[in-house]
Structure formats: structure tokens, C-alpha cells
Design a protein around this ligand. Structure first.
Ligand SMILES: [Zn+2]
Length: 565
């Protein structure tokens, strides 16, 4: 490709809308353009990267025996209503009506659509198993679209769905996809972690996320360097047994005057006790209006995902001072003793002795509280957010913490969708059984951003070879110099003959501007043809800075062989 005939509108300035490196560089280097909030054009450079990622994903999915198909983007509400997700999905589902006033949704995922296809066409165990996949545009009406391709409202996904006759077989399909995902992310040249994840709105039995490590990531991960355990903090548990205070003799319960002392830090300081011995009691209002109390040790934080999962709620919020007042409670002095609201106790409080709680009375706390003497929890539950330094739940080494971007997510769905939609088959024993499903997503357009988050410097993008828009960038530094242009043309033709994806910068602009653009665009190999040609030399460079040398122009063939790889 000749740059003079190519469309790569680079920008000198950082557009004000862009905050993170991937967004900044993809805009500046002319890979994408914004159309509206969370909606982008892929320009020719961006489209080339997109296609390369798609092809790697497709190759490995095909090798794993998955079958590619294409489902509609526009999906009828009836299907979503069958599984209850018409309501569950809430505002994130893009909804629209046709001319007959019938409801439709733009698909954010396709469990319903594919299950409908399968239930209409599969009768017997002989018809199974299957794994279907598609690479397609998806929609999600994000409350806050941001970071360019990282969180958009329209994006490109690979989604796959497996259908098996038993859970045992479904687990095999799941394991095969897990291996396939490792192959895909390795070939994409990414530094990533596979982590245990929350099943969220999709539902199901268990799931793993593939997270690209990045400073600006939205996923918070804890991991163990010793045994390889890694989990999203939303689901990670930690080994409470190792973090307990030594047992004590129970002392008599006592109510103490604590004027204006509200936060756990203030209480610990005022009473001169370890913060671990101050138990905070948080009142949550669930989406059905029920109030629940959660008691947790002062040094731990409640994880809302664990909370929602435990109460099977879609939404919950901490009671406001006004809501507390309506419940007859005083902000800063809420406690579990004599409370009318059911009290669920985090495992961090299990076996804790002589601790401090609010007395449900302004300016008073109880000290020397003990379970079950002073109050009876409904249950001990793991509500705590895991954090750096917590003991690993597998090997007990201290956990590390990092952030990343989720680029892949796999779920063992079980029979959640097949039962709701009556996707049954007749088994060997003649009995009708629900098909056991799994689903497997990869954020194709998000991967472009994830790769840039991981591969850039202050001058621009540094693409991994496998997904770079071009492999070789030839810079003709002076287009008025016939010798330079003839040499560039020769190298360009030879590179094309060898099947190398090559971009020749033959534009009539300054050498400085060409170098700036080349750094910004980030093509892995570069051949610079300039003044040194008078001495018969051209310069071979790598964008990642690992190579920069003058070589004899007569060695062009050898150089191109090396670049071809
Ligand atoms: Zn471990």
C-alpha cells in the first residue's frame, strides 16, 4: 500500500475526549473516529487490525471444531421474555419497536437467539454436541461510554455457544474453549491472566475471565504468584482462618458513651482498641425494598457483587441517613443488638470476641460483644472484598493485586437457558432432557484497545507483529530524490512479492513528519531510505527500539527474508 493513496489522517494534538493511551493513540494515529458517544468508525488502519484479530480468533475456533454462523442483530422481545431477561437486562438493552408496534432488541449477546435455533432443529442425543460461533456487532446502552473502544455502545464480539447432552460433556466443551482462548491470547501477543469470575447477568455454574493486564483496566484482580490462583476481586475469597485474632474469654457486655464518635477509625481510636475489633453494621436496601443488615469487621469492605449474588438481587444500595431514620436507626451508631432487621455476618466476624458495635442510640456503642450470646446472625457469609496481602485461598501465600481489561469471558451455563426455553433432546434412555450449554465471548474491538494499552510509548503505538496493520513500513525521506524513490520502489515491490504486508510512505511531506507518523502508527519493522543511500546504506529499524542499524542496500533480499519471519 502506498501512503499517498491510503487514508491515514493523523492528528498532532490529543483530542479532548481521550483520556487513556489506547483512546488517544487510536484517534491520533487515524485508526478510529468518533461518530457519537461510544460509537466509532474503523478507518482503514483500524479495520486492518480488526480483521487480523478476527482471523486469529477464527482460525483457533475452527481448529477447536466450532462452527461459524451469523445470527441477526435485531432480535424479537418474545425470546428475551422467555428467559426473563427482557426485564433483567434493564436499561443496557437497546430496545426499539417496528411499524406494527412490536418490541425488538439490538442483541448485546445471543443466548436466546441461538437456543431458539437449536430447540427447533435438534431432537435426539445423536444430533449433539455442537459449538456455534459468530463474529458480529453487538449493542449495549452503557450509562457511561468511555475510553474509546474499551467501553462502547456498539462493539464487535466473537460469541460462541456449546450444546451438550450432559454436564460432564459440557465441562469438556468448556475446557476445550479455555485451552483455545489461551492459544488465541498468546498468538495476539498479550500479557494476560485467566481469572475466576462472577457469573453476573448471564448466569450459570462457573466462569473465567481473560484479563489483559493494563494500568487503566476496569477489572480489579487479585492473584497468587506462588500457585497461580487469580480471581476478580468481585468473586475472590480469602483464607479467613489465618487472619483471625487470638481467642479471648468473654467479658460482660457494656454500653459506653461515645459522643460524636462515628467511623470505625474514630471508634477504635476513642476506645483504644484494634480496628479489627470494631464491627460495622451496614444497612442495605435490596431492589424489592427489603432492608438487610450486614456486619463486617472494621478493616474489611463489603463487596457488592457478593452481596447481590447472595441475596439474588439485581440492585442494592446503602441506606441513606433518611432511610435509616425511617427504620428507627441513627447514622454512625447502627448495631446488631436488638435490631429488627435480619443480621447477616461476614466471616471475618466469626470467632471474634469482645468486639465493639453501635448501640442503635445516638452517641453510644456496646463493647465486649460476643456471638451468639448478644445477638444471633441469620448466617455467616463471605461478603468481604479480597485485597493485596490477603492469604491465597489455595496455598495461603499473600495475594498480589493488579488491574486489567476483560477481553474474554467463558461461562458454563448449565441448563438455565435450555430449561427456560424448553430446548430439550431425547437421550439414549428415551427420556427428554434439557441441553447443557456453555457460552464464550471475546471482545474483538476491545482487544485493539487492550493491545495498545499494553504496547505503546510516549510517541505512539507499538503493535505486536501478529495484529499490526502492516508488517513493514518503508520511509522514503526525500521524494524529490530519484535515487531514493527508485530504491524504495524496488524494496516495496520485492516485499510485496514475498507476501509481506507493506506500507510505503511516498507522501511529499517532511522527513520529520514521516518519522512522527511512523512512530504514532506503530508498524513493527521499518526501512528508512535517506541520505545514507549515497554510501549505499539503508536503515533497518524496529518500532520497539530493539534494532536500529545501517545495512548495505545490496542486502535487501536477506533483510526482507528476516522481516517476513
Ligand atoms: Zn496461592
Amino acid at each position: 500500500m502506498r501512503a499517498s493513496k491510503f487514508f491515514m489522517p493523523t492528528l498532532k494534538e490529543t483530542p479532548s475526549e481521550a483520556e487513556v493511551p489506547s483512546h488517544i493513540y487510536l484517534l491520533r494515529a487515524g485508526f478510529i473516529r468518533k461518530v457519537a458517544s461510544g460509537i466509532y468508525d474503523f478507518l482503514p488502519l483500524g479495520f486492518r487490525v480488526l480483521k487480523k484479530i478476527e482471523n486469529i480468533v477464527r482460525k483457533h475456533m475452527d481448529e477447536a471444531g466450532a462452527l461459524e454462523l451469523l445470527l441477526p442483530i435485531l432480535t424479537p422481545a418474545e425470546l428475551w421474555k422467555e428467559t426473563g431477561r427482557w426485564d433483567v437486562y434493564g436499561k443496557e438493552l437497546f430496545r426499539l419497536k417496528d411499524r406494527h408496534d412490536r418490541d425488538f432488541a439490538l442483541g448485546p449477546t445471543h443466548e436466546e437467539t441461538i437456543t431458539d435455533l437449536v430447540r427447533k432443529n435438534i431432537r435426539s442425543y445423536k444430533d449433539l454436541p455442537f459449538n456455534f460461533y459468530q463474529i458480529q456487532t453487538k449493542f449495549r446502552d452503557e450509562a457511561r461510554p468511555r475510553y474509546g473502544l474499551i467501553r462502547g455502545r456498539e462493539f464487535i464480539m466473537k460469541d460462541a455457544y456449546s450444546f451438550d447432552t450432559s454436564e460432564q460433556m459440557a465441562i469438556k466443551s468448556y475446557e476445550l474453549m479455555k485451552e483455545t482462548y489461551h492459544r488465541i491470547f498468546k498468538e495476539l501477543g498479550l500479557n494476560y491472566l485467566m481469572v475466576e469470575a462472577d457469573v453476573g447477568a448471564i448466569g450459570g455454574k462457573f466462569s473465567h475471565e481473560f484479563v489483559v493486564l493494563a494500568a487503566n483496566g476496569e477489572a480489579h484482580i487479585v492473584y497468587c504468584e506462588n500457585c497461580g490462583y487469580a480471581a476478580n476481586v468481585e468473586t475472590a475469597s480469602y483464607e479467613f482462618e489465618l487472619d483471625r485474632l487470638p481467642p479471648e474469654e468473654e467479658k460482660p457486655l457494656e454500653k459506653v458513651y461515645t459522643p460524636n464518635v462515628k467511623s470505625v477509625e474514630e471508634v477504635a481510636k476513642f476506645l483504644g482498641v484494634d480496628i479489627k475489633k470494631v464491627v460495622k453494621t451496614l444497612i442495605y436496601i435490596l431492589d424489592d425494598g427489603t432492608a438487610v443488615a450486614v456486619a463486617i469487621r472494621g478493616d474489611r469492605e463489603v463487596n457488592e457483587t457478593k452481596l447481590l449474588n447472595y441475596f439474588k438481587a439485581l440492585d442494592a444500595h446503602l441506606a441513606s441517613p433518611q432511610e435509616l431514620e425511617e427504620l428507627g436507626l441513627v447514622e454512625g451508631f447502627v448495631g446488631p443488638i436488638g435490631l429488627d432487621i435480619p443480621v447477616y455476618v461476614d466471616r471475618s466476624v466469626e470467632d471474634l470476641h469482645n468486639f465493639v458495635v453501635g448501640a442503635n442510640e445516638k452517641d453510644y456503642h456496646y463493647i465486649n460483644v460476643n456471638i451468639p450470646r448478644d445477638f444471633k446472625p441469620v448466617e455467616f457469609v463471605d461478603f468481604s472484598t479480597a485485597r493485596k496481602g490477603d492469604p491465597c485461598p489455595i496455598c495461603k501465600s499473600p495475594l498480589e493485586e493488579t488491574t486489567g481489561l476483560e477481553v474474554g469471558h467463558i461461562f458454563l451455563l448449565g441448563t438455565k437457558y435450555s430449561q427456560a426455553m424448553r430446548a430439550y433432546f431425547v437421550d439414549k434412555d428415551g427420556k427428554e432432557k434439557p441441553i447443557v450449554m456453555g457460552c464464550y465471548g471475546i471482545g474483538i474491538s476491545r482487544l485493539i484497545a487492550a493491545s495498545v494499552e499494553q504496547n505503546h510509548d510516549k510517541n505512539g503505538i507499538i503493535w505486536p507483529e501478529s495484529i499490526a496493520p502492516f508488517r513493514l513500513h518503508i520511509l522514503a525521506l526525500n521524494t524529490k530524490d530519484k535515487n531514493i524513490m527508485q530504491t524504495c520502489e524496488k524494496i516495496y515491490e520485492k516485499a510485496k512479492q514475498k507476501g509481506i504486508d507493506v506500507l510505503l510512505d511516498d507522501r511529499d511531506i517532511s522527513a520529520g513528519a514521516k518519522f512522527k507518523d511512523a512512530d504514532l502508527i506503530g508498524i513493527p519493522y521499518r526501512i528508512v531510505v535517506g541520505k545514507a543511500l549515497k554510501e549505499g546504506k539503508i536503515e533497518l529499524q524496529r518500532r520497539d527500539g530493539t534494532l536500529k542499524e545501517l545495512v548495505d542496500v545490496s542486502l535487501t533480499d536477506n533483510i526482507l527474508e528476516k522481516i517476513k519471519g
